[in-house]
Write a protein that binds this ligand. Structure first.
Ligand code: AMP
Ligand code: GLY
Length: 424
């Protein structure tokens, strides 16, 4: 089958890599893509936000399946435009993508479906904001209602900073602080049947030891040896299935990837957020472990046939991904620096470690790869356990040279140490 992927980050590179390894995929296209995706898919300079242009491209290419990666096009209705053109699309409608596009909407759905989440207030006036901040006390959790590319949430002990962020948001959700480790659990759904993937953990803060500002994610690993083996079943029952059922009940079924961001608190699992698409960088590690060919599963979801889909098959391997970000990320990242050593990773680490590109582009010489964004690439590695996957990932990171670049050195460290102790 011919497949078109929309987007151009490391998540889309991971999706394209898995799709390119699927024997059922006869042609792979991506718009707009990046320098790494160009190695596995044909790129098209089409604006991911332009639903009509995406639908036109899919029609011209005779695509059997379109996969929309990022949230912004989903919230803008790009999946609707593709479906209106009669082409199967993996990704929710604009209506259903509000689960990510509006935090207040997500809270409303969760309340209706009795999904466990933090108590919260939706505020629009300074009086409401002050009342909510006062009711919860520190640490304050203040969330812009709308999409903010990972920058809408402020968690702080500083009342003035919390208040300032809340006032700048317009419509804002103020929430109780949820303590405990975070887990990302993805599920593929056709609006009725829900197929959970394997849990992963993301590292959101810029610096080692979870210091520094929030980012889009600096690394991830899977599996989570410390997590309760019953976690996936519990989240299926209390979170994923009820949410999917509630959206269907409302007449706006959610089909695509439902991402549950969870806090494992002392009082049980709580939803921190929903996303309407594969997470980045968790996708890199989850797909590294998936054995079932990807295209058939995504097509079954897009065509409402997930109930007939056999169980997913997984590798026993662990996977770790480390994000290499440019100078100054997440502030104003510097772009245009040459990236060297990419071929060394391929030569020395393949197939256990590989580079997934995010913000990269080819220079005019047609061969030099340049940085072109905040998160530049992520190095993903697999191994028999987290310790080995970590070693391989960091060995590959060390081969890559990008002036001024930064990465965390502690991705999966604690989990790998705990796993090693348990094995000893
Ligand atoms: P979000 O954009 O909703 O994923 O929030 C970004 C990050 O802020 C999350 O990954 C958490 O680390 C943190 N966060 C969000 N909501 C809460 C909460 N209620 N309590 C504690 N931390 C939170
Ligand atoms: N890894 C966080 C996200 O994709 O939103």
């Amino acid at each position: 089958m011919k497949v078109l992927v929309i987007g151009g980050g490391a998540r889309e590179h991971a999706l394209c890599r898995s799709l390119s390894l699927d024997p059922d995929v006869t042609a792979l296209h991506c718009a707009p893509g990046n320098a790494g995706i160009a190695e596995v898919a044909e790129l098209h300079p089409v604006d991911a936000m332009d639903g009509a242009a995406v639908a036109r491209l899919a029609t011209e290419l005779e695509a059997r399946l379109v996969v929309v990666g990022p949230e912004a096009p989903l919230v803008a209705g790009v999946a609707d435009a593709v479906r209106d053109a009669g082409i199967a699309c993996f990704g929710p409608s604009a209506e259903a993508a509000r689960l990510e596009g509006s935090k207040a909407f997500a809270k409303d759905v969760m309340a209706a479906a009795s999904v466990p989440t933090g108590r919260s207030y939706v505020c629009t006036t300074p009086e409401e904001i002050d009342k909510a901040l006062d009711a919860f006390g520190a640490p304050f959790v203040v969330k812009d209602d709308g999409l903010a590319a990972g920058k809408g949430v402020v968690v702080t002990d500083d009342l003035a900073a919390a208040r300032e962020h809340a006032l700048a948001c317009g419509r804002v959700v103020i929430e109780e602080f949820l303590d405990g480790p975070e887990v990302s659990l993805f599920a593929i759904t056709d609006g009725r049947t829900v197929l959970p993937l394997r849990p992963a953990q993301d590292f959101k803060r810029a610096l080692d030891g979870d210091a520094g500002p929030n980012t889009g994610g600096m690394g991830a690993y899977s599996p989570l040896p410390w997590a309760d083996p019953k976690l996936v079943d519990e989240v299926m029952e209390t979170v994923l299935q009820p949410t999917v059922d509630e959206l269907r009940r409302r007449g706006t079924p959610f089909s695509g990837l439902l991402y549950a961001g969870l806090a494992i608190t002392g009082r049980g699992v709580r939803v921190i957020e929903f996303n309407a698409r594969f997470g980045d960088p968790e996708t890199q590690v989850v797909l590294a472990r998936l054995r079932t060919p990807l295209a058939g599963v995504l097509l079954a979801a897009a065509e409402g046939r997930l109930a007939d889909q056999p169980s997913l098959v997984w590798h026993d391997d662990a996977a770790v991904t480390v994000v290499v970000a440019s100078h100054n990320y997440p502030g104003t990242p510097r772009a245009g620096d040459p990236i060297e050593g990419l071929a060394d990773v391929v030569a020395q680490d393949a197939p256990d470690a590989y580079v997934l590109h995010a913000g990269t582009r080819l220079a005019d010489d047609g061969s030099t790869v340049l940085s072109a964004g905040g998160r530049v690439l992520s190095v993903t590695a697999t191994g028999k356990d987290l310790g080995q996957a970590r070693e391989r990932a960091y060995a590959a990171v060390d081969r890559i040279r990008l002036d001024g670049s930064q990465h965390r050195t502690d991705i999966a460290r604690k989990a790998a140490e705990a796993e090693a102790e348990a094995e000893a």
